[in-house]
Design a protein around this ligand. Structure first.
Ligand SMILES: NC(=O)c1ccc[n+]([C@@H]2O[C@H](COP(=O)([O-])OP(=O)(O)OC[C@H]3O[C@@H](n4cnc5c(N)ncnc54)[C@H](O)[C@@H]3O)[C@@H](O)[C@H]2O)c1
Length: 308
C-alpha cells in the first residue's frame, strides 16, 4: 500500500504521521513544492518510528512526481489555509490552480489511484478534480464530513458531560461555516437519541458550535487546524487501504442522490478498497432536506467561479 500526500504543511504532515502510527501502509510519500521541506518533515517523522513503533517508510520529495508512481491512494492538501476572519471559499483563487495541476500530475504517474481532496474550498476542489480528470467518480473523495462529524461528537460529549466514545453522529452538507448540517435528530448516546438528554436549545448550541468548529480554531491558532484534519484523512485512507467498508460522510459527486446533480456535497458513503463503494441514501426530514438544498446552492455558487 503506497500513499502519496501532496503538501507537507500542517495537515499533510499530520496526516502522514497518523497513517504511519496506525501502521497499515508500507510507504508514505510526502511531496511539497518548497525545496527540502517534505524531505525534512519525512526525516523528522521517520525519527519517531522507533519511539512510536511503526514500520511505514516515509519519504519526502520536492515536486518530483516520478517518485509517486503507482500510488494506491493520493491525498491533496497542497494550497493555502485560511487566516482568522476568512472563509474557506475565499481560498478558491489560489487553490484551484494548485489542485488542478497537482491532480493531473498525480494521475499521470498513478492512473488507477484514488484521490482524497482536502484543500479548501474542499467541495469545489473535489468538483474541480471530477471536471478536469478522467478518474471514475468512485475514486474522487472530498474529506470534510469526517472531520466535521468528529467535531460534532466532541461538542455533543461536552454538552452531555460524558465520554466521546459514548457518542455517535454525522454532519452532512457542504464543508463550510454555513453549509454544514449536523444531524442532531439522529445523534445518539449509546443508541439513545441525544434529545433524551439535551434540550432543543442546548442541541442548537451544539449544532452552531460544530458549524464554526474550524473558524473557532483558526481564531485561536492564527491558521487552520491540523491534528483533527490529519486524523480524519488518515481514517479515510485506512478504510480504503484495509477495505473496511466503513461509513463516513464524504464529499462525492451526486447523480440524483438526495435530489441533487452535478455537485460534490457531503453525504454518507461506504469506503472500501475500490474507494466509494456505495452512496448511502438515508431518509432526511423536510427541514434537513431544505438545509441540503440551501447548502448545495451555496456550493454551486462557488463552483460557478471555477474556470473550467
Ligand atoms: N477539508 C478539510 O477538512 C480541511 C481541514 C483543514 C485544512 N484544510 C485545507 O488544507 C489545505 C492545507 O492546509 P495546511 O494548514 O496544511 O496549510 P500549510 O500552509 O501548512 O501547508 C500547505 C502546503 O502546501 C504546499 N504547496 C503549495 N503549493 C503546492 C504545490 N503546487 N505543490 C505541492 N505543494 C504545494 C506548501 O508549500 C505548504 O507546505 C488548506 O487549503 C486548508 O484550508 C482542509
Amino acid at each position: 500500500m503506497k500513499v502519496t500526500v501532496v503538501g507537507a504543511g500542517a495537515v499533510g504532515a499530520s496526516c502522514a504521521e497518523y497513517i504511519a502510527i496506525k501502521n497499515f501502509a508500507s510507504e508514505v510519500v510526502l511531496l511539497d513544492i518548497k525545496e527540502g521541506y517534505a524531505e525534512g518533515k519525512a526525516m523528522d517523522l521517520m525519527q519517531t518510528a522507533s519511539l512510536n513503533g511503526f514500520d511505514t517508510k516515509i519519504t519526502g520529495i520536492t515536486n518530483d512526481y516520478s517518485k509517486t508512481v503507482n500510488s494506491d491512494i493520493c491525498v491533496i492538501t497542497s494550497g493555502i489555509p485560511r487566516k482568522p476572519g476568512m472563509t474557506r471559499e475565499e481560498l478558491i483563487g489560489i487553490n484551484a490552480g494548485i489542485v488542478k495541476t497537482v491532480s493531473s500530475s498525480l494521475i499521470k504517474h498513478s492512473p488507477n489511484t484514488i484521490i482524497i481532496v482536502v484543500s479548501n474550498p474542499m467541495d469545489t476542489m473535489a468538483y474541480l478534480v471530477h471536471k478536469t480528470t478522467s478518474l471514475p467518480k468512485s475514486k474522487i473523495i472530498g474529506m470534510g464530513g469526517a472531520l466535521d462529524s468528529a467535531r460534532f461528537k466532541y461538542r455533543l460529549a461536552e454538552a452531555l458531560g460524558g465520554p466521546i466514545s459514548d457518542v455517535d453522529g454525522m454532519v452532512l452538507g457542504g464543508h463550510s461555516d454555513t453549509g454544514m448540517i449536523p444531524l442532531t435528530r439522529m445523534a445518539t448516546r449509546n443508541g439513545v437519541p441525544v434529545s433524551e438528554f439535551l434540550s432543543a436549545d442546548r442541541l442548537n448550541t451544539v449544532k452552531e458550535d460544530t458549524k464554526v468548529g474550524g473558524a473557532t480554531l483558526t481564531k485561536l491558532l492564527g491558521t487552520s487546524a491540523w491534528y483533527a484534519p490529519g486524523a480524519a484523512v488518515s481514517s479515510l485512507v485506512q478504510a480504503i487501504a484495509c477495505d473496511q467498508k466503513k461509513m463516513f460522510p464524504c464529499s462525492v459527486m451526486l447523480d440524483g442522490e438526495y435530489g441533487l446533480n452535478d455537485i460534490c456535497l457531503g453525504v454518507p458513503v461506504i469506503l472500501g478498497k475500490n474507494g466509494i463503494e456505495k452512496i448511502v441514501n438515508i431518509e432526511l426530514n423536510k427541514a434537513e432536506m431544505d438545509n441540503m438544498k440551501t447548502s448545495a446552492e451555496a456550493v454551486k455558487a462557488v463552483n460557478d467561479l471555477l474556470e473550467l
